[in-house]
Ligand binder design. Structure first.
Ligand SMILES: NC(=O)c1ccc[n+]([C@@H]2O[C@H](COP(=O)([O-])OP(=O)(O)OC[C@H]3O[C@@H](n4cnc5c(N)ncnc54)[C@H](OP(=O)(O)O)[C@@H]3O)[C@@H](O)[C@H]2O)c1
Length: 345
């Protein structure tokens, strides 16, 4: 960890430059930043339609947030369209590949961040908060290596850094709510007890990310983080859904060897066909999440440790399920393909 002594940030009112503001975690983080009194400027891509007044009403971002259109994969666009020669105090990134495919992951999770970091330094940024993922502690997949490579560049950048590695988001654990409501069985990998996680809500994560700016205890730290309460297995998720819908639990088990078979076939086909190679990576991602917990990994024992996984916030997955079932909440369907592939057998 760098030993430089840095000035403590003021308690509010920072000028924050934001990447990935249109995503699930990004939108929640922008809301939290505005609530905390910061001034937020977001760089979004040109496919994001922005009204003439510079706002995007369907994104549900608070008023006062400035949206700028540019290309995070282009150094010149980051400077010209994004930072625009202005001074900023902090960079927060919730930017992430939407596919998890190797080329996209290296282009977005790694290279775009390298370019953004350089542009941010030029704009006077002193602190970068990066949304990463807890699974990078056991990197087996291309997107995890891409994230880790940038984490390391940020750590050695000379800036103050906060790298937030959350466990699973609610949206990634809600794919079977509708099928259970329709009376179908809950699908499980293995017996549904192979893995566990401490789900964290969008708003609790957004508050945590925004809080990194002003909490010195979160400076120059790798920050694994989950939501409140005990770790939850997929089987427990199913049991609660049946309870909430007043049904007798019904599970269908998907054997892990089936995933291995699909992956092996796609890997062979992928030697000749790039589309199959991409699907093979998605199969590897699915297998990873079917067998690895989203909890802190004890490097000594190689075991996942729920007690060692810190918690933040107050919102629980099971309350969220109840709200999905009574129609008061909904899940964004355009979710991160990596985790859609992983948590929904
Ligand atoms: N889902 C989980 O359970 C989970 C758990 C732990 C950690 N995480 C991590 O959390 C991070 C964010 O997740 P999320 O669900 O909030 O992601 P998300 O909803 O998919 O949002 C991704 C953001 O990145 C932007 N983006 C992607 N490709 C881009 C490109 N080529 N050019 C410009 N912008 C681009 C998206 O912009 P557009 O809206 O324009 O596409 C969006 O703003 C990821 O790193 C993920 O690994 C997720």
């Amino acid at each position: 960890m760098p030993e430089t002594v840095r000035p403590t940030a003021p308690s509010s009112g920072l000028r924050v430059f934001m990447l990935g503001a249109t995503g699930t975690a990004g939108r929640a983080t922008v809301r939290a930043l505005v609530k905390a009194g910061h001034t937020v400027t977001c760089l979004v891509r040109s496919s994001t339609s922005i009204d003439d007044d510079g706002k995007h009403h369907s994104l549900d971002l608070p008023s006062g947030v400035v949206l700028r259109v540019g290309d995070v994969t282009d150094a010149e666009s980051l400077r010209r369209d994004g930072f625009q020669g202005e001074r900023f105090d902090a960079l927060i990134s919730c930017l992430a590949s939407r596919t998890g495919a190797p080329a996209d992951a290296w282009a977005i999770d790694h290279r775009a961040h390298v370019l953004a970091l350089a542009a941010a330094k030029h704009a006077g940024v002193q602190h970068m908060v990066l949304l990463s993922a807890i699974c990078v502690q056991k990197p087996l997949l291309a997107f995890q290596h891409a994230k880790l490579a940038f984490e390391n560049e940020l750590i050695s950048s000379g800036l103050t850094w906060s790298i937030v590695r959350p466990t699973a988001f609610f949206k990634s654990l809600s794919g079977q709510v509708e099928r259970v409501r329709r009376g179908k069985p809950f699908l499980l990998f293995g017996d549904g007890r192979l893995t566990a996680c401490k789900p964290v809500s969008d708003d609790d994560l957004g508050d945590y990310l925004a809080g990194c700016l002003t909490d010195p205890a979160r400076h120059d730290r790798l920050l694994p983080i989950g939501g409140p309460g005990n770790a939850i297995t997929p089987r427990e998720q199913g049991e609660r859904l049946f309870e909430l819908t007043g049904q007798t639990p019904r599970f269908r088990q998907v054997p892990i060897v089936l995933l291995d078979g699909i992956r092996a076939v796609l890997e062979q086909l992928g030697r000749f066909n790039p589309k199959c190679a991409e699907k093979a990576e998605l199969a590897r991602i699915g297998r990873y999440y079917a067998t690895e917990s989203m909890l802190v990994l004890d490097p000594e024992t190689g075991r996942y440790d729920a007690a060692a996984t810190p918690s933040t916030g107050t919102e629980t997955l099971f309350d969220f399920y109840a709200e999905l079932l009574d129609g008061s909440r909904s899940v964004e369907r355009r979710e991160h393909a990596v985790f859609r592939a992983s948590h929904e057998p």
